[in-house]
Ligand binder design. Structure first.
Ligand SMILES: C[S@@+](CC[C@H](N)C(=O)[O-])C[C@H]1O[C@@H](n2cnc3c(N)ncnc32)[C@H](O)[C@@H]1O
Length: 320
């Protein structure tokens, strides 16, 4: 991952503690997943140090703090991420969350491959859909380096067969059709430009015809794209269409600038989904990874993990 712009913008603009969360879930992980992480915190001694790598806006770090406060365990908690994260700024309007975030030390622009902590200083290193985005072997060695003897590295990694991966792959295919395989946004731009010209010169019928032609071209292109989209992925298609249709139906002078912003936002989303796909581990990939872990001499367990009865990811646990 060379540029982190796609993650910088996500964390700075989403007002969500975690990725893969909408609505209430965006205020941090809940349910069985939270229960799982709490069961990991439960193993820790008083005054333990926890490092959450690829923390994003800090969902796991916040869960650790809440557990520590409830049990009066006084953990020291760090959250690192390659992206330019700034959870305190994002949640400035939320005093409760701000009070918690202030007790966590965040390290933006900090890659898991090179962590700013001394050897053998952490009791637990956590990763929720994060460490696998890094160069895996280097990042893992780094996480183990900072663990105290008998400390734990616990990671939930993306599984290529999970529902999250399936839906993301569907989204990636739809976004690829709109952004890469066709000139959909170029045609949308042509239409909005023509509408602007028509609005300036309503006396010129040729401009009205030009707009009509541009509209037809865009419509038939969107129909072509739709034909390639399986029924279960239509929500992705509808989402993109709604963003563009709103700019056409409620045409304004700012339409072209807004179209550029929509295209840019979707391109960043495309990049995040691509990262995720690349980070996901298939069963064969997990087997290969197992072999490399064995060869490196780690005491580990790598198993599938289900959440709410659905395949959710791979659970990797290593004790130093
Ligand atoms: C799917 S998000 C998960 C964030 C968070 N753990 C959560 O559950 O909400 C993946 C995160 O990994 C970060 N990331 C990607 N490559 C990284 C690397 N080499 N080192 C550290 N963080 C990285 C991204 O910036 C992003 O914030």
């Amino acid at each position: 991952m060379n540029s982190t712009l796609h993650w910088d913008s996500y964390w700075q603009g989403s007002i969500s503690l975690n990725s893969f969360g909408e609505g209430e879930a965006a205020q941090g992980y809940t349910g069985e997943l939270l229960t799982f992480w709490n069961s990991c915190f439960m193993q820790l001694p008083k005054n333990a140090t926890v490092v959450d790598v690829g923390t994003g806006n800090g969902a796991i770090a916040v869960a650790a703090r809440k557990y520590s406060d409830n049990q009066q365990l006084n953990y020291t908690i760090h959250g690192t991420d390659a992206a330019k994260i700034s959870p305190l700024q994002v949640f400035a309007a939320n005093p409760q969350l701000t009070a918690i975030l202030k007790t966590i030390e965040f390290y933006p622009e900090c890659r898991t491959e090179k962590l700013p902590f001394a050897d053998a200083t952490a009791d637990l290193v956590t990763s929720q859909f994060a460490f696998e985005y890094a160069e895996r072997e280097t990042a893992l060695a780094e996480c183990i380096r900072i663990l105290k003897p008998a400390g734990y590295f616990t990671a939930i990694m993306h599984h290529a067969d999970s529902e999250i991966a399936r839906d993301s792959a569907a989204g990636l295919a739809v976004l690829t059709a709109f952004l890469k395989d066709t000139s959909f946004f170029q045609h949308a731009r042509t239409l909005l430009t023509s509408m602007a010209e028509q609005a300036r010169r309503p006396d010129k019928p040729a401009l009205a015809q030009q707009t009509q032609r541009a509209n037809q071209t865009l419509l038939s292109l969107s129909q072509q794209i739709k034909l390639q989209v399986p029924a279960e992925s239509l929500h992705w298609y509808n989402d993109v269409m709604a963003r563009v249709a709103k700019l056409i139906l409620h045409f304004s002078a700012a339409g072209l600038v807004q179209l550029d912003a929509e295209q840019q936002g979707l391109s960043l989303f495309w990049q995040r989904l691509s990262d995720q796909k690349q980070a996901s581990l298939s069963a064969a990939g997990a087997e290969q990874f197992r072999q490399s872990l064995t060869a490196a001499g780690y005491a580990f367990e790598l198993t599938e993990i289900k959440i709410e009865n659905q395949l959710f990811g791979w659970l990797l646990q290593i004790q130093k």
